[in-house]
Design a protein around this ligand. Structure first.
Ligand SMILES: *[C@@H]1O[C@H](CO)[C@@H](O)[C@H](O)[C@H]1NC(C)=O
Ligand SMILES: *[C@@H]1O[C@H](CO)[C@@H](O)[C@H](O)[C@H]1NC(C)=O
Ligand SMILES: *[C@@H]1O[C@H](CO)[C@@H](O)[C@H](O)[C@H]1NC(C)=O
Ligand SMILES: *[C@@H]1O[C@H](CO)[C@@H](O)[C@H](O)[C@H]1NC(C)=O
Ligand SMILES: *[C@@H]1O[C@H](CO)[C@@H](O)[C@H](O)[C@H]1NC(C)=O
Ligand SMILES: *[C@@H]1O[C@H](CO)[C@@H](O)[C@H](O)[C@H]1NC(C)=O
Length: 635
């Protein structure tokens, strides 16, 4: 599983003293080739500092996850939409006792850690012990250092380069923390207005102009100005999206926001007052995770965009959940959301990485003092998120664990929708990858986003109406203000569901790049696209234009939710992991093919949008009236 797990080091210095007669063969378990942006090494960590060492055990049956998923999500499977219960999912993946024993024995014998100090998590998937830095260094064949962040001076303890475990233990272990992982905060994909965009890590130097929306004084409600301002009415025409929910009580959709992103509730009424009068007074239902709250002083933009459009598109009858995640001090990341909706993930599927994810209770002044949420939050059939990382910000193990969790939750019938990124084939600050995977300005290799590369999410790129064109004309890949994120994962291999579509693109329209510029064997994204330019959004009473794949994801999610509603109404199940169905011949034709534009970055034109699937607009934009009957034909 881990790319690096079986790299044999064979360095004598890693043999453990107590076993000189029979040296333990160690392998590098995880490697980090570069420090994330902004961090620099300050000093060695003091040997007696205590680290909460956590060993995440490999799950049983993880190698079968995709098979299980295809069984319930491939449109030709006899078990299509026969989703699993959460308990079935937990049972299927619980780590074996062999794994627990192997790790425990390693800690006791190699680490001289007394058995009384070792704790096995309730779910049986997480072995923990408080150890000193020197104990951890001995166990893991590594050295710990203190690193500081250039912006706020924040310090963080991490090990350098790699950590190692005995070969016999490595195959039982997914991830060990704290080790190589850094506190890279979740970045928004949205280009919002106000000063917030400037504060975003990575926004400096990206693009020629900041993606700041102007206040608009003329509120168009007709369909003649969709090439200037996108409204609910424009989207309904673009995607033939006319639908009245009939099973709203059974259906559900959720939008995820990470504090300090927030919204002003009264803005809904100004928005609806102008665009959807019978929705005045409607609000999303708050699901607070790890202290998340609607902060009147928060950053407005992303959240207002997502919620105004999802509420507006799903219409009056459908309730919308707002997963507001993290307090205002520490914030949170995708794992906090996943913990909140799946108790088994808190420990079972890797637990949180204290250096990466929000850890609660937050002891900082003003922090959320409550316990970390672990299960019990309602799930929604469609969950839309417009935030993301670059793959190079994270370690492969961290991404693989999280991606597997999207897969596991998808087994229960959930669809995860993510924006594909707003910087073409580059990172948000324009940086690309060096040959050894570091993010640098001017580096040649394309920099894929996460979780766009995870096969178990549906990744949504952005399109736009071409200026001077009508709303009924074919859209282009977005080319004003930002290029749509897209490309090929360096971590996740290509899944069967998209093999034919992607191979077709690479054969017919070979990108003009040397080997190594992009990973032609990786999972390709986005899967689909939707308009992402100049959405008219109310922020503190004023209309502004907001652009980004941040807009595309909630739009696509709303359309999927309507498809779920129609299926639920006739006694069928929601679509769940929808990618295999989207790419199948009975459904892929129901998209509006996008054949113009590209996603530039890294000193190149990126990829070109072409007939059929492409790594800019995916299969194209949805045509609801064509998609709906196809999804109703499925079992
Ligand atoms: C479908 O589900 C049944 C019952 O869970 C299982 O036995 C079978 O292997 C599954 N797959 C197929 C292709 O029938
Ligand atoms: C580690 O120490 C913390 C703080 O004292 C404690 O809450 C935690 O339970 C300890 N963990 C283990 C595995 O002993
Ligand atoms: C988007 O808005 C900008 C600024 O108002 C305008 O220049 C541009 O033409 C608009 N484009 C579209 C396609 O809406
Ligand atoms: C429409 O928007 C304007 C702000 O541009 C606001 O003043 C007005 O109250 C809104 N209309 C309705 C009916 O809410
Ligand atoms: C390309 O992706 C594969 C997974 O499909 C991965 O194993 C490989 O390391 C990637 N190559 C590079 C250069 O990142
Ligand atoms: C095609 O995309 C280019 C930018 O790449 C844009 O200038 C042009 O207007 C687009 N044309 C059509 C017909 O979509």
């Amino acid at each position: 599983m881990l790319l690096t797990r079986f790299l044999v080091l064979g360095l004598a210095s890693f043999a453990v003293a107590t076993r000189v007669s029979e040296p333990v063969k160690r392998v590098a378990h995880e490697i980090r080739r570069s420090l994330p942006h902004g961090w620099s090494l300050v000093r060695r960590a003091e040997p007696d500092v205590i680290l909460p060492l956590s060993v995440g055990l490999v799950q049983s049956n993880l190698e079968n996850l995709e098979t299980y998923l295809l069984d319930v999500a491939h449109p030709e499977s006899p078990n299509y939409s026969k989703h699993w219960t959460p308990a079935q999912v937990a049972d299927a993946f619980r780590p074996s006792t062999e794994s627990v024993d192997a790790v425990r024995e390693w800690l006791i014998e190699d680490g001289s850690i007394d058995a009384s100090r070792i704790v096995l998590s309730k779910s049986g998937s997480w072995v923990t012990a408080n150890v000193t830095v020197s104990e951890a260094e001995r166990l893991l064949g590594t050295e710990y250092f203190v690193y500081a962040h250039s912006e706020d001076g924040r310090e963080h303890i991490a090990c350098h380069g790699a950590y190692h475990v005995p070969e016999t233990v490595s195959r039982h272990v997914d991830i060990i923390t704290p080790t190589l992982h850094f506190d890279v905060k979740v970045r928004r994909h949205g280009s919002t207005d106000r000063a917030t965009a400037a504060k975003q890590v990575g926004s400096v130097g990206f693009g020629a102009a900041p993606k700041i929306g102007d206040v608009i004084h003329t509120i168009f409600t007709d369909l003649e100005h969709c090439d200037e301002t996108i409204t609910l009415a424009c989207l309904r025409v673009l995607y033939d999206f006319v639908y009245q929910p009939v099973a709203a009580d059974k259906n559900s959709i959720g939008v995820v926001e990470y504090t300090p992103q927030s919204h002003n509730p009264s803005d809904f009424d100004v928005f609806f007052g102008n665009y959807s009068k019978n929705q005045v007074g409607e609000r999303p239902t708050l699901v607070s995770i790890d202290g998340g709250f609607i902060d009147p002083e928060g950053d407005f933009g992303e959240s207002s965009l997502d919620l105004q459009y999802v509420l507006g598109l799903v219409g009056t009858k459908q309730n919308v959940l707002l997963y507001q995640t993290g307090d205002n001090v520490e914030g949170a990341s995708f794992n906090n959301l996943l913990d909140g909706i799946d108790g088994s993930y808190c420990t079972f599927e890797g637990g949180d990485d204290p250096s990466q994810d929000g850890i609660y209770p937050d002891t900082d002044p003003g922090g959320y003092a409550g316990p970390e949420d672990c299960g019990g939050k309602p799930t929604a059939y469609v969950i839309s998120t417009s935030y993301g990382y670059q793959e190079a910000d994270l370690t492969p193990a961290y991404m693989q664990r999280q991606c597997a969790e999207y897969g596991k939750l998808s087994l229960t019938g959930i669809t995860f929708v993510y924006s594909s990124g707003d910087s073409g084939v580059a990172g948000p600050d324009g940086s690309c990858l060096t040959e050894d995977g570091q993010q640098e300005l001017g580096a040649p290799r394309f920099s894929p986003t996460f979780p766009g590369g995870c096969p178990y999410v549906t990744s949504v790129g952005a399109t736009q109406v071409v200026p001077g064109h009508k709303v009924t004309d074919r859209e282009s890949a977005v080319f004003q203000r930002f290029p749509s994120g897209g490309g090929f994962s360096n971590v996740f291999p290509r899944s069967s569901f998209q093999k034919a579509a992607v191979a077709g693109y690479l054969e017919k329209y070979p990108p003009p790049y040397a080997a190594g510029i992009f990973n032609s064997t990786g999972r390709a994204f986005p899967d689909v696209a939707a308009n992402g330019l100049n959405y008219s959004v109310v922020l503190n009473g004023q209309f502004r234009l907001i652009s980004g794949t941040s807009a595309s994801a909630p739009t696509f999610a709303s359309i999927l939710s309507a498809i779920n509603d129609a299926r639920l109404a006739v006694g069928k199940k929601p679509v769940g992991w929808v990618n295999p169905a989207l790419y199948s011949p009975t459904i892929s034709w129901a998209f509006n093919d996008i054949i113009n534009g590209s996603n530039p970055g890294c000193g190149t034109n990126g990829f070109a949008a072409r007939p059929g699937w492409d790594p800019v607009s995916g299969l194209g934009t949805p045509n609801f009236l064509k998609l709906l009957p196809q999804f109703l034909l499925l079992p």
